[in-house]
Structures are given as structure tokens and as C-alpha cells.
Write a protein that binds this ligand. Structure first.
Ligand SMILES: [Zn+2]
Length: 67
């Protein structure tokens, strides 16, 4: 009797995308924009491992326009 398929029992609602530790806001938030991760310089990797700041994306979301 599965009325809805869900393979994520602990998935919270309202979080369509995971945020990296370096993100100041969820991706797509008005007044924010992606910028090159200052920690890894956009490579997404540090010392052969995924950058902990951007989660390996090489970019972080931060406020723009002096918000
Ligand atoms: Zn990074």
C-alpha cells in the first residue's frame, strides 16, 4: 500500500538542495549568488580530497549587494 514513493525516510521538507558548509544561503535565494570558493579557489578539492567548505563544488553561495 505505497501511496507515495519515498526512499528517504529522514528527508526534511523544504530543502530541495543540500547546502555546503560555506554556503550562506540555499542556492537560488534572492539577493545571493554563487561565487568561487575562497578556500579551494574553485577547484573543489584540497589536498586530493573534496573541499569541506564548498563540498567539492568549487563554488559557494553568498550574499551579494552588501546584504
Ligand atoms: Zn571549496
Amino acid at each position: 500500500m505505497a501511496t507515495s514513493s519515498s526512499d528517504k525516510p529522514n528527508a526534511p521538507t523544504g530543502t530541495p538542495k543540500p547546502m555546503a558548509p560555506g554556503d550562506q544561503a540555499p542556492e537560488g535565494t534572492p539577493g545571493t549568488g554563487e561565487d568561487v570558493c575562497p578556500r579551494c579557489g574553485g577547484s573543489g578539492r584540497i589536498g586530493g580530497s573534496a573541499c569541506p567548505e564548498c563540498g567539492g563544488r568549487g563554488k559557494i553561495v553568498k550574499g551579494i549587494g552588501g546584504a
